[in-house]
Design a protein around this ligand. Sequence first.
Ligand code: NDP
Length: 477
Amino acid sequence: MALHQNLIAGEWVGSEAVANINPSNANEVVGHYASGNAADMEAAIAAAKAAFPEWSRSGILHRHTILKKTSDEIQARKDELGVLLAREEGKTLPEAIGETIRAAQIFDFFAGEALRLAGETVPSVRPGIGVEITRDPLGVIGIITPWNFPIAIPAWKIAPALCYGNTVVFKPAELVPGCAWAIVDILHRAGLPKGVLNLVMGKGSVVGQVMLDSPHLSGLTFTGSTGTGKRVALASIEHNRKFQLEMGGKNPFVVLDDAELTVAVEAAANSGFFSTGQRCTASSRIIVTEGIHDKFVAALTEKLKTLVVDDALRAGTHIGPVVDARQLKTDTDYIEIGKQEGAKLAFGGGMIERENPGFFLQPTLFTEATNDMRISREEIFGPVASVIRVKNYEEALATANDTNFGLSSGIATTSLKYATHFKRNAEAGMVMVNLPTAGVDFHVPFGGRKASSFGSREQGKYANEFFTTVKTAYTLA
Ligand code: NDP
């Protein structure tokens, strides 16, 4: 099997290979990918630094054309890339193709943004002086991504970084090098000058750590766990660099007595269990008022019975496997913790045997949970959700906000009064009414509050807040 190498200073390099394993079939190798070392990362950072002056002054049409070509190729290859994504990460093929299309849309959006770069000209308070406010690129941007959105998250960091004239060193999660390699290959062939985008696959503790400790990065954008995010923050403060963190969630989904039952059940099932619950926007706390509680639990349980857990590529699969054995152990450990804490296991909880040896776990629903249990406070990142019973809207809102996290928050209600109040008072970066907590548009800001995020928002035009720095220039007329 061919080795997919790292891209450093425009050359494909690296020999040490790591096998990329299919979580739907642990006997199947998706491909072999290079695992870089500290010297590779240092060379990549040096290459990005050397390429910055010319790239930052390159014309906007040049950047537009490369981003547009990249979008077009991803779109044209959406089925093939979707299969690769489903094989390496385990989300179902329709979800994987959807994520691939989203990556194409993001490159297309930032191809457009390259042509829309603008500043402001304002009068000075001092007569005879003109003031210009412009946005400059930062310099070398380090990009560190997690395994759960192997193509969309790299896209939503790489596209704006390049659009605004930065150069990039990209380190994807070790579990999902396939999609990362594919988009870097596409961008490289689309005509990026050497050194503008560098890919260093390898262990976070090795190549990622070199990135954190480098004095040559002007910005570092990270998506992953809260623990690694804190290390990124501390190292970035040490090196006076701008940083942006997107981390975990413990997202609430509130169901009120007046909710449309089908809407509530569909949104809760999607929020909690689709993509195997491995979304930072997944809802694992379903907060239900007592008037609808029993009816809702019965309907959600019936829905869960219909969900097929199987190979990500098999037609008709609703939920693919858990990403690997380590995450599976985390999920099953939390299921045990939930039982010990006194929550009632209403559905699932067990492993599923399929034709091939994959990491298949039943969607798991606890009821009679309380908000102080560990299963309600700690991110599980698997197909495990719990129902918390509350008296009324006021208690539901207070419970929803009683968490260290603040990424996405949802409500099912037919009341305009409660929907409006919830939108205003949910302590989250994103609020959904009668919609799943996941599933966000690519052209609007994405991000959260509290332990979920730090720094400016990602995606849409708001991305320029992180990937540029503002300059104010005065001229004597
Ligand atoms: P991790 O924090 O373990 O890993 C994220 C990335 O950091 C990986 O590329 C990893 O590399 C790298 N890394 C690990 N250690 C270091 C280090 N010492 N220095 C530099 N980089 C390092 O998270 P996961 O990949 O397990 O992703 C799951 C988490 O991501 C969940 O908590 C989830 O909520 C969160 N997430 C948040 C999102 C958001 O937007 N808010 C979106 C998606 C996920 P390696 O793979 O080699 O370990």
